[in-house]
Ligand binder design. Structure first.
Ligand SMILES: [Zn+2]
Length: 292
Protein backbone atom coordinates (compact mmCIF):
# COMPACT_ATOMS: atom_id res chain seq x y z
CA UNK A 1 0.00 0.00 0.00
CA UNK A 2 2.93 2.39 -0.22
CA UNK A 3 1.86 3.90 -3.50
CA UNK A 4 2.44 7.49 -2.47
CA UNK A 5 5.54 9.38 -3.42
CA UNK A 6 6.92 11.13 -0.40
CA UNK A 7 9.83 12.17 1.76
CA UNK A 8 9.73 11.66 5.51
CA UNK A 9 12.00 13.86 7.56
CA UNK A 10 12.95 12.56 10.97
CA UNK A 11 14.99 13.58 13.96
CA UNK A 12 16.50 11.62 16.81
CA UNK A 13 15.52 13.20 20.09
CA UNK A 14 18.63 12.39 22.10
CA UNK A 15 21.26 13.31 19.57
CA UNK A 16 21.78 16.00 16.88
CA UNK A 17 21.36 13.57 14.01
CA UNK A 18 18.59 13.85 11.46
CA UNK A 19 17.39 11.80 8.56
CA UNK A 20 15.33 11.65 5.39
CA UNK A 21 13.52 8.75 3.81
CA UNK A 22 12.24 9.18 0.27
CA UNK A 23 10.09 6.58 -1.49
CA UNK A 24 9.05 6.95 -5.10
CA UNK A 25 6.52 5.01 -7.07
CA UNK A 26 4.26 6.91 -9.49
CA UNK A 27 6.70 9.78 -10.06
CA UNK A 28 9.45 7.29 -10.98
CA UNK A 29 7.18 5.31 -13.27
CA UNK A 30 5.97 8.50 -14.93
CA UNK A 31 9.58 9.30 -15.82
CA UNK A 32 10.27 5.77 -17.09
CA UNK A 33 7.09 5.82 -19.18
CA UNK A 34 8.50 8.61 -21.35
CA UNK A 35 11.23 6.47 -22.84
CA UNK A 36 12.13 2.74 -23.08
CA UNK A 37 15.32 3.00 -21.01
CA UNK A 38 17.74 0.05 -20.61
CA UNK A 39 17.52 -1.64 -17.18
CA UNK A 40 20.74 -0.15 -15.79
CA UNK A 41 19.64 3.33 -16.84
CA UNK A 42 16.23 2.86 -15.18
CA UNK A 43 18.05 1.91 -12.01
CA UNK A 44 20.25 5.02 -12.11
CA UNK A 45 17.29 7.28 -12.81
CA UNK A 46 15.53 5.90 -9.72
CA UNK A 47 18.58 6.49 -7.55
CA UNK A 48 19.10 10.01 -8.88
CA UNK A 49 15.44 10.91 -8.36
CA UNK A 50 15.42 9.64 -4.77
CA UNK A 51 18.71 11.45 -4.01
CA UNK A 52 17.46 14.68 -5.54
CA UNK A 53 14.25 14.59 -3.51
CA UNK A 54 16.14 13.89 -0.26
CA UNK A 55 18.72 16.62 -0.81
CA UNK A 56 16.03 19.10 -1.71
CA UNK A 57 14.18 18.31 1.52
CA UNK A 58 17.40 18.56 3.51
CA UNK A 59 18.09 22.06 2.24
CA UNK A 60 14.44 23.21 2.30
CA UNK A 61 14.30 26.21 0.01
CA UNK A 62 12.18 27.74 -2.71
CA UNK A 63 13.76 26.84 -5.97
CA UNK A 64 15.22 23.97 -7.95
CA UNK A 65 17.85 21.42 -6.99
CA UNK A 66 19.33 19.22 -9.68
CA UNK A 67 21.90 16.48 -10.03
CA UNK A 68 23.42 16.14 -13.44
CA UNK A 69 26.11 13.77 -14.58
CA UNK A 70 28.09 13.76 -17.81
CA UNK A 71 29.95 10.57 -18.44
CA UNK A 72 32.25 9.06 -21.01
CA UNK A 73 30.43 5.71 -20.75
CA UNK A 74 27.24 4.64 -22.45
CA UNK A 75 25.09 7.21 -20.69
CA UNK A 76 26.12 10.63 -21.94
CA UNK A 77 24.01 12.66 -19.57
CA UNK A 78 21.62 11.93 -16.79
CA UNK A 79 19.73 14.56 -14.91
CA UNK A 80 17.20 14.64 -12.09
CA UNK A 81 15.57 17.75 -10.76
CA UNK A 82 13.33 18.61 -7.83
CA UNK A 83 11.46 21.88 -7.85
CA UNK A 84 9.91 23.48 -4.79
CA UNK A 85 10.44 20.28 -2.83
CA UNK A 86 7.61 18.68 -4.74
CA UNK A 87 7.92 18.46 -8.53
CA UNK A 88 10.34 15.83 -9.82
CA UNK A 89 11.53 15.18 -13.33
CA UNK A 90 14.47 13.25 -14.76
CA UNK A 91 15.97 12.27 -18.08
CA UNK A 92 18.88 10.25 -19.44
CA UNK A 93 20.56 10.30 -22.82
CA UNK A 94 22.62 7.35 -23.86
CA UNK A 95 24.46 5.98 -26.87
CA UNK A 96 22.46 4.46 -29.71
CA UNK A 97 24.58 1.32 -29.52
CA UNK A 98 23.93 0.87 -25.80
CA UNK A 99 25.31 -2.44 -24.58
CA UNK A 100 24.74 -3.89 -21.11
CA UNK A 101 28.35 -5.06 -20.94
CA UNK A 102 30.05 -1.65 -21.12
CA UNK A 103 30.47 0.93 -18.33
CA UNK A 104 27.22 2.82 -17.82
CA UNK A 105 28.69 6.20 -16.95
CA UNK A 106 32.47 5.74 -17.11
CA UNK A 107 34.61 8.72 -16.15
CA UNK A 108 32.91 12.02 -15.90
CA UNK A 109 31.61 14.80 -13.75
CA UNK A 110 28.58 15.36 -11.64
CA UNK A 111 27.12 18.77 -10.92
CA UNK A 112 24.93 19.58 -7.95
CA UNK A 113 23.06 22.77 -8.76
CA UNK A 114 20.89 24.75 -6.39
CA UNK A 115 18.89 27.54 -7.97
CA UNK A 116 16.81 29.52 -5.49
CA UNK A 117 13.92 31.49 -7.00
CA UNK A 118 15.47 34.50 -5.33
CA UNK A 119 19.18 34.69 -4.70
CA UNK A 120 22.36 33.23 -6.03
CA UNK A 121 22.74 30.03 -7.99
CA UNK A 122 25.15 27.57 -6.44
CA UNK A 123 26.94 24.76 -8.26
CA UNK A 124 29.29 22.11 -6.92
CA UNK A 125 31.20 19.86 -9.32
CA UNK A 126 32.43 16.42 -8.37
CA UNK A 127 34.53 14.07 -10.48
CA UNK A 128 33.35 10.54 -10.92
CA UNK A 129 36.01 8.16 -11.88
CA UNK A 130 35.06 4.58 -11.51
CA UNK A 131 33.54 2.22 -14.02
CA UNK A 132 30.26 2.40 -12.19
CA UNK A 133 29.04 5.40 -10.30
CA UNK A 134 27.95 4.86 -6.76
CA UNK A 135 25.95 8.00 -6.34
CA UNK A 136 25.66 7.61 -2.58
CA UNK A 137 29.46 7.64 -2.16
CA UNK A 138 29.89 10.65 -4.41
CA UNK A 139 27.31 12.59 -2.41
CA UNK A 140 28.71 11.53 0.96
CA UNK A 141 32.16 12.75 -0.08
CA UNK A 142 30.66 15.94 -1.37
CA UNK A 143 29.03 16.76 1.98
CA UNK A 144 32.14 15.82 3.89
CA UNK A 145 34.51 17.87 1.77
CA UNK A 146 32.50 20.93 0.84
CA UNK A 147 30.25 21.31 3.86
CA UNK A 148 32.06 19.24 6.49
CA UNK A 149 28.75 17.60 7.28
CA UNK A 150 28.94 13.94 8.10
CA UNK A 151 26.39 12.21 5.89
CA UNK A 152 25.49 8.67 4.93
CA UNK A 153 23.19 7.87 2.03
CA UNK A 154 21.65 4.62 0.83
CA UNK A 155 19.82 4.35 -2.48
CA UNK A 156 17.56 1.64 -3.84
CA UNK A 157 15.75 1.17 -7.18
CA UNK A 158 14.31 -1.73 -9.11
CA UNK A 159 12.76 -0.17 -12.21
CA UNK A 160 9.34 0.07 -10.50
CA UNK A 161 10.03 1.84 -7.25
CA UNK A 162 12.95 3.70 -5.80
CA UNK A 163 13.95 4.87 -2.35
CA UNK A 164 16.65 6.72 -0.49
CA UNK A 165 17.69 6.93 3.13
CA UNK A 166 19.91 9.67 4.51
CA UNK A 167 21.47 10.24 7.92
CA UNK A 168 23.19 13.50 8.68
CA UNK A 169 24.93 14.90 11.74
CA UNK A 170 23.48 18.38 12.00
CA UNK A 171 25.78 21.21 10.93
CA UNK A 172 26.31 22.88 14.33
CA UNK A 173 27.43 19.57 15.79
CA UNK A 174 29.82 18.81 12.96
CA UNK A 175 31.56 22.17 12.70
CA UNK A 176 34.54 20.64 14.46
CA UNK A 177 36.23 18.17 12.17
CA UNK A 178 35.77 15.38 14.68
CA UNK A 179 32.51 14.59 16.38
CA UNK A 180 32.30 14.43 20.15
CA UNK A 181 32.73 10.96 21.59
CA UNK A 182 29.03 10.69 22.51
CA UNK A 183 27.87 11.81 19.13
CA UNK A 184 30.33 9.50 17.43
CA UNK A 185 28.88 6.59 19.33
CA UNK A 186 25.32 7.58 18.41
CA UNK A 187 26.39 8.06 14.81
CA UNK A 188 27.99 4.62 14.57
CA UNK A 189 24.96 2.95 16.14
CA UNK A 190 22.42 4.69 13.87
CA UNK A 191 24.48 4.04 10.74
CA UNK A 192 24.76 0.42 11.74
CA UNK A 193 20.97 0.18 12.14
CA UNK A 194 20.33 1.97 8.84
CA UNK A 195 22.65 -0.45 7.04
CA UNK A 196 20.37 -3.35 7.91
CA UNK A 197 17.61 -2.04 5.64
CA UNK A 198 17.15 -4.37 2.67
CA UNK A 199 16.22 -3.21 -0.82
CA UNK A 200 13.00 -5.18 -0.56
CA UNK A 201 12.02 -3.40 2.68
CA UNK A 202 13.01 0.02 1.40
CA UNK A 203 10.88 -0.42 -1.71
CA UNK A 204 7.85 -2.22 -0.30
CA UNK A 205 7.23 -1.12 3.32
CA UNK A 206 5.40 2.14 4.07
CA UNK A 207 7.81 4.85 5.22
CA UNK A 208 6.78 4.89 8.87
CA UNK A 209 7.18 1.10 9.00
CA UNK A 210 10.68 1.38 7.56
CA UNK A 211 11.60 3.83 10.31
CA UNK A 212 10.01 1.64 12.96
CA UNK A 213 11.79 -1.42 11.63
CA UNK A 214 15.17 0.35 11.81
CA UNK A 215 14.91 2.64 14.79
CA UNK A 216 12.24 1.25 17.15
CA UNK A 217 14.70 1.34 20.02
CA UNK A 218 15.48 5.01 19.45
CA UNK A 219 13.32 8.05 20.15
CA UNK A 220 12.49 9.30 16.69
CA UNK A 221 10.43 12.33 15.83
CA UNK A 222 8.86 11.93 12.39
CA UNK A 223 7.55 15.00 10.60
CA UNK A 224 4.57 15.26 8.26
CA UNK A 225 5.38 13.59 4.94
CA UNK A 226 6.31 15.82 2.05
CA UNK A 227 4.43 14.67 -1.08
CA UNK A 228 6.21 14.44 -4.43
CA UNK A 229 5.04 14.03 -7.99
CA UNK A 230 6.30 14.01 -11.52
CA UNK A 231 5.81 17.40 -13.07
CA UNK A 232 7.50 19.06 -15.97
CA UNK A 233 8.35 22.72 -15.88
CA UNK A 234 7.89 23.22 -19.60
CA UNK A 235 5.01 25.42 -20.80
CA UNK A 236 3.82 27.28 -23.87
CA UNK A 237 4.92 30.47 -22.13
CA UNK A 238 8.49 29.18 -21.76
CA UNK A 239 8.52 28.06 -25.39
CA UNK A 240 7.39 31.55 -26.39
CA UNK A 241 10.25 33.02 -24.37
CA UNK A 242 12.69 30.71 -26.16
CA UNK A 243 11.40 31.87 -29.54
CA UNK A 244 11.64 35.52 -28.49
CA UNK A 245 15.31 35.06 -27.63
CA UNK A 246 15.94 33.95 -31.24
CA UNK A 247 15.10 37.46 -32.41
CA UNK A 248 12.33 38.43 -34.79
CA UNK A 249 14.24 37.94 -38.06
CA UNK A 250 15.52 34.47 -37.35
CA UNK A 251 12.26 33.26 -35.79
CA UNK A 252 10.06 34.53 -38.62
CA UNK A 253 12.31 33.09 -41.32
CA UNK A 254 12.57 29.73 -39.54
CA UNK A 255 8.79 29.54 -39.20
CA UNK A 256 8.35 30.47 -42.86
CA UNK A 257 10.92 27.88 -43.97
CA UNK A 258 9.37 24.95 -42.05
CA UNK A 259 5.77 26.09 -42.05
CA UNK A 260 5.96 26.31 -38.25
CA UNK A 261 8.31 26.26 -35.27
CA UNK A 262 7.94 23.22 -33.06
CA UNK A 263 9.51 22.95 -29.61
CA UNK A 264 9.60 19.44 -28.12
CA UNK A 265 10.17 18.96 -24.40
CA UNK A 266 12.72 16.21 -23.84
CA UNK A 267 11.44 15.48 -20.35
CA UNK A 268 7.75 14.95 -21.02
CA UNK A 269 7.48 14.91 -24.85
CA UNK A 270 5.01 17.77 -24.84
CA UNK A 271 5.10 19.59 -28.19
CA UNK A 272 4.55 23.28 -28.60
CA UNK A 273 3.87 24.34 -32.20
CA UNK A 274 3.86 27.89 -33.49
CA UNK A 275 2.60 28.89 -36.93
CA UNK A 276 4.25 31.82 -38.76
CA UNK A 277 1.27 33.95 -37.63
CA UNK A 278 1.83 32.86 -33.99
CA UNK A 279 5.48 33.81 -34.28
CA UNK A 280 4.74 37.25 -35.70
CA UNK A 281 2.11 37.80 -33.01
CA UNK A 282 4.69 36.94 -30.32
CA UNK A 283 6.94 39.74 -31.44
CA UNK A 284 4.20 42.30 -32.00
CA UNK A 285 2.84 41.50 -28.52
CA UNK A 286 6.26 42.11 -26.99
CA UNK A 287 6.56 45.38 -28.99
CA UNK A 288 3.28 46.53 -27.46
CA UNK A 289 4.43 45.71 -23.98
CA UNK A 290 7.56 47.81 -24.38
CA UNK A 291 5.36 50.83 -25.10
CA UNK A 292 3.60 50.57 -21.75
ZN1 LIG B 1 7.95 19.04 -20.44
Amino acid sequence: MSSSDQTLRFLFDQTPIRGELTQLDRAYQDVLSKHPYPTAVKQLLGEFMAATAMLSDTIKFDGTLSLQVRGAGQVRTLMAECRHNRALRAIAQYNDDYDDAGPVLGEGQMAITIEPDKGKRYQGIVSINDGELTLNRVLEDYFQQSEQIRTRIWLYADGQKSAGLLLQAMPESASASSLSADLSEDWERLVHLAQTLTTEEALSLPGTEVLHRLFHEETVRVYEPNQLEFECTCSRQRSEDAIRTMGVDEAVSLAAENGHIEIDCQFCHERYAFTPEDVRALFSASDDSTLN
